[in-house]
Design a protein. Structure first.
Length: 511
């Protein structure tokens, strides 16, 4: 630990290698939504992001990156890759900020600088599977993680010393968090509580009043910057019922188990009363950052107000658990025991990463997403060149069931985006038919006529279920009617996606 810069550089190099390991693999469904969203003009990005219940800010950024002279898979993932590679540095800096906040407290003025804890926090980020996964995904979550760390670090700096530049940066970064992903607003609610608690520990009433007024003004300015996103947030809130299909009711202990290192943060709270090595104001900032968003999301989900208790929606709080785990080594004053704790934490982190198990089972450090759309659509285009016909796409989107009541072109294009994003199916728009997720084989009259007119077509389906395949063919057979026979060849599997040809022939009438 005598060369912190070298160890931090090593963390960045190892982290970049792990995160870039699969940058060129075929995107999965959500990433294909990103590629479809940015495939139009810059003006179209807003509407396409909104129909997918997303804020447009991240997609505007990806829209610019897609013009870089790199493979398209890498281009749309590059913002996340860069954010993921920068995250260990940001976590190192934040942990240093928390420890410097401790040195400003009475009784801790002689506390020696600590590079061990920040370096450990950075390395925990490097091997954490959550950090690796979202750094490889063309979605806003890696940027949300990075910006959340920077935002909390700026808060620590603002609390320790009034600096107008840092105040402005703190305000802007808080607003950007919400514009990147609406659920990151949970962090701001937790932060307001943290500011009140931290300010309350100031002993001088005059200083307390001044700081309280400053923070209230800052939060008001932040809300003004967030206000343009309110309309989009309300639209998303109208569809929150769809999330119940994948957000289960939370377990009673879900707050402590949703992220693996949350128990470490709990240890900081319990042991803080008798261990002065853990800074009081730093613990307040850290614990509020981690637990208050989780608690709020837990209650909203448990009482069926809004199903938000889901890891993907709470990733802005995830880095706090890693910082808390690293801070736990400060419970020991013994250098030997501290070194042992570091080794134990890193060993647990590597085991939790799943890399050893993946290498043993699959011969690779990281498992892929198992949705090979690139190969599936490539094969489909080759088949279409020989046997043209309509293409029926079942993306499996939750919203796709609204196709029965919504008929606008944008929504239909959204439900068929796997075939119109980075990988384009070579058919005209009127031959591309999006299917519902439930009962996808129940066609309307127009879709039925299309299939009959072309004597069949192609199925591009996101599913690995044999039941789904069987029921889809059964429903299509009923949809074309008793005067026609529908036959299907054996599907070709591409991981979680399959391609299948169906033929429609006129049923012969016995004499």
């Amino acid at each position: 630990m005598k060369s912190p810069p070298l160890l931090l550089i090593a963390a960045v190099i190892v982290g970049a290698a792990l995160r870039g390991y699969q940058a060129g693999e075929s995107p999965w469904l959500d990433e294909l939504h990103t590629s479809w969203t940015v495939s139009g003009s810059l003006a179209e990005v807003y509407e396409r992001a909104a129909v997918g219940n997303q804020s447009p800010l991240y997609f505007w950024l990806v829209w610019v990156f897609q013009f870089l002279p790199v493979p398209p898979e890498v281009a749309i993932r590059l913002p996340s890759l860069l954010a993921g590679c920068a995250l260990p540095i940001a976590v190192y800096w934040l942990t240093k900020q928390l420890l410097e906040l401790a040195s400003s407290e009475p009784g801790n003025e002689k506390q020696t600088p600590d590079d061990v804890t920040p370096l450990l926090a950075a390395w925990l980020v490097v091997v954490d599977p959550t950090g690796i996964f979202y750094s490889q995904e063309a979605r806003p979550y890696a940027l949300v993680q990075l910006l959340a760390v920077m935002h909390i670090g700026l808060l620590c700096d603002v609390v320790a010393r009034e600096n107008w530049r840092n105040r402005v940066a703190w305000i802007i970064s808080g607003a950007l968090l919400v514009h990147l992903h609406y659920t990151a607003g949970l962090i701001l609610a937790a932060e307001a509580v943290a500011v009140l608690l931290i300010t309350g520990f100031t002993t001088l009433p005059r200083v307390r009043r001044e700081q309280s007024l400053s923070r209230l003004l800052d939060l008001f300015a932040m809300l003004l910057l967030i206000s343009p996103a309110i309309g989009g947030m309300l639209v998303v809130a109208e569809h929150h019922g769809n999330w119940k299909s994948f957000v289960p009711q939370p377990a009673w202990d879900g707050i402590f188990t949703i992220f693996p290192w949350n128990v470490a943060a709990l240890a900081l709270v319990v042991l803080n009363n008798w261990r002065s090595v853990i800074p009081q104001r730093a613990v307040i900032a850290l614990v509020c950052w981690l637990f208050l968003p989780l608690m709020l999301a837990w209650f909203l989900t448990a009482f069926e107000v809004a199903p938000l208790f889901y890891p993907r929606f709470l990733l802005a709080a995830w880095p706090a658990s890693l910082v808390a785990a690293a801070l736990c080594v400060r419970f020991s004053r013994s250098e030997n025991l501290r070194s042992a704790l570091i080794g134990i934490l890193l060993a647990i982190a590597v085991r939790n990463s799943g890399m050893i198990r993946n290498y043993r089972d699959e011969g690779r450090l990281l498992t892929d997403r198992k949705e090979h759309w690139r190969a599936a659509i490539g094969e489909l285009n080759e088949q279409l060149a020989r046997t043209p016909g309509p293409v029926l796409v079942r993306s499996g989107l939750i919203e796709a069931d609204e196709l029965l009541t919504r008929h606008d072109d944008l929504f239909r294009a959204y439900c068929a985006f796997p075939a119109r994003g980075m990988y384009r199916v070579d058919v005209a728009n009127d031959l591309l038919v999006p299917l519902t997720t439930k009962n996808p084989g129940q066609l309307n009259d127009e879709e039925r006529s299309l299939l009959v007119q072309h004597h069949g077509g192609w199925l591009l389906v996101r599913s690995t279920s044999a039941t789904v395949r069987r029921e889809l063919i059964e429903q299509l057979t009923k949809s074309v009617g008793p005067e026609f026979d529908l036959s299907a060849v054996e599907p070709t599997m591409f991981g979680g996606v399959y391609l299948q040809r169906v033929d429609v022939t006129t049923r012969s009438i016995p004499r």
